[in-house]
Write a protein that binds this ligand. Structure first.
Ligand SMILES: Cc1cc2nc3c(=O)[nH]c(=O)nc-3n(C[C@H](O)[C@H](O)[C@H](O)COP(=O)(O)OP(=O)(O)OC[C@H]3O[C@@H](n4cnc5c(N)ncnc54)[C@H](O)[C@@H]3O)c2cc1C
Length: 434
């Protein structure tokens, strides 16, 4: 008589597969899963092919009439894809989670297009938050951009406190694009940097610039006054530079915007005078969290490509996936993706729920998310070996897109320095001394 082995009970004695969502080791609600599924389909079928197609074009071709960029934007608009965080009927903790889940899918599809959609909705979103129906109507349905950096004012525009200036600098930097507040008007002159996302295509801009309210550009401490103002970009005096050619995020159009005596009413300002720096801080906090969410999607996409490849490629007499060193490397990548997601979610929750959010905290989160996403994309290239560098394979583009994010929305060393500055500030004023 042959002895039968109860393979079933032997198998069931081993741990089964854990529950995972598209977004890893967590449990989503039915609603969240449905939203994720819909956006994932959009990201896979519309966004990713569009991003790959645009990546191959010149910057000018990518924004020409009828380009894949415009096709994508039209499909997104008709599919109702938007970045609306201002629905008062939904509790903020629910909105925070929904936004993080949704934007991760868009970042998975294409990080450049995700940023284009996000920044495209930024002026409308902030007008809504400011409670100005006139500005909401002005921005609604229009593609937006955020104009902060200028040829001579990059990281300097992110200095919230005068004490952050170098000891030898008597004054801050007002830059090359400034506003003068004259009576009921704001008059804008100068130019942005070439890095304005959506600069070549935007119909409305949120400008975050130095301002003179009649007393000069600087306060007694040498810190610039400022204004955050919404400007329709079809006004007389507005012109554009050429779309910028760049290494990564090529699906995100970027370029200079010029202003020659452009006039808007003072009521188009979202924050000004004494309210400017806290207004700017709040605006910047929102932008910082979106970067983390987008990069979670990019890092996940890099990991997925790498896992797929190591299950196809054989070297050393076995699939790459069967070598323990490769499993170790996949484990490190997966750990980083989980970390990026956790940090992005934490920054999102804090920004939605805190009574006084702070961009130096979200900046710290942005550094963690973008640096780790870059490491994950880099390791994906490495696992592909020589093919990792080839244009026909997907990870080369992800690597370039990840690289851009370490400078976008603030250069990462500078942002770490700012998080350190905030950490000291909290100690000095006693908040973190127990
Ligand atoms: C993909 C992408 C999208 C972008 N989108 C936008 C946008 O929508 N709108 C917009 O306005 N801008 C945008 N930018 C611009 C971006 O915000 C700036 O590039 C960034 O803030 C850095 O400024 P900078 O390039 O002028 O570099 P700089 O400020 O000149 O910095 C150059 C180097 O000097 C170092 N450095 C600077 N200051 C100091 C200091 N005080 N102490 C020590 N070291 C210092 C930095 O760490 C950095 O390594 C975008 C950039 C990219 C890459």
């Amino acid at each position: 008589m042959t002895q039968t082995v109860d393979t079933h009970s032997e198998k069931s004695a081993r741990p089964g597969m854990p529950h995972v969502e598209l977004t890893g080791f967590e449990v989503l609600s039915e609603e969240e899963r449905a939203l994720q599924k819909g956006l994932h389909k959009f990201a896979r079928e519309v966004m990713r092919p569009a991003g790959i197609a645009i990546d191959k074009l010149t910057a000018e071709e990518s924004v020409a009439e009828g380009s894949p960029y415009w096709e994508f934007m039209m499909t997104a608009a008709s599919s109702g894809i938007s970045f609306d965080e201002t629905d008062d009927s939904v509790p903020p903790e629910v909105l925070a989670r929904v936004q993080a889940v949704a934007v991760e899918e868009l970042g998975w599809g294409d990080a450049g297009l995700a940023v284009s959609l996000g920044v495209g909705a930024f002026p409308a979103m902030l007008a809504q938050r400011a409670g100005s129906q006139e500005l909401v109507d002005l921005c609604q349905g229009k593609l937006g951009c955020w104009i902060g950096t200028q040829p001579d004012r990059g990281s300097d525009g992110l200095m919230l406190y005068p004490q952050e200036r170098h000891a030898s600098a008597a004054q801050g930097n007002k830059g090359n694009l400034t506003a003068r507040v004259q009576g009921d008007d704001i008059v804008i002159n100068g130019q942005s940097s070439a890095w304005v996302s959506n600069g070549p295509v935007a119909q409305v801009g949120l400008l975050t610039i130095a301002a003179d309210y009649g007393d000069g550009f600087f306060d007694a401490e040498g810190h610039p006054h400022g204004v955050e103002v919404i400007v329709p970009l079809d006004l007389p005096g507005v012109s554009r530079g050429k779309p910028l050619e760049k290494l990564g995020k090529r699906a995100l159009p970027q370029g200079e915007v010029f202003f020659d005596n452009v006039k808007v009413p003072v009521r188009f300002a979202l924050s000004r005078e004494a309210g400017y720096w806290s207004g700017h801080a709040s605006t910047w906090s929102s932008a910082g969290v979106a970067m983390g969410q987008v990069m979670t999607g990019l890092a996940r996409a890099s990991l997925e490509h790498a896992v797929e490849y190591v299950h196809e490629r054989r070297q050393g007499g076995a699939l790459l996936a069967d070598h323990q060193l490769v499993q170790y490397r996949l484990g490190n990548m997966a750990r980083k993706v989980e970390t990026i997601r956790a940090v992005a979610r934490r920054a999102t929750d804090y920004t939605f729920l805190s009574p006084s959010k702070h961009p130096y905290f979200t900046a710290g989160g942005k550094v963690t998310c973008t640096d780790l996403a870059f490491e994950v994309a880099d390791e994906a290239v490495q696992l592909f070996g020589g093919y990792g560098l080839a244009k026909e394979y997907p990870v080369e583009k992800l690597f370039r897109d990840a690289r851009a994010a370490r400078i976008e929305d603030g250069e990462n060393h500078l942002l770490s320095m700012k998080f350190g500055y905030l950490t000291s500030l909290l100690h000095r004023n006693g908040t973190t001394r127990h």
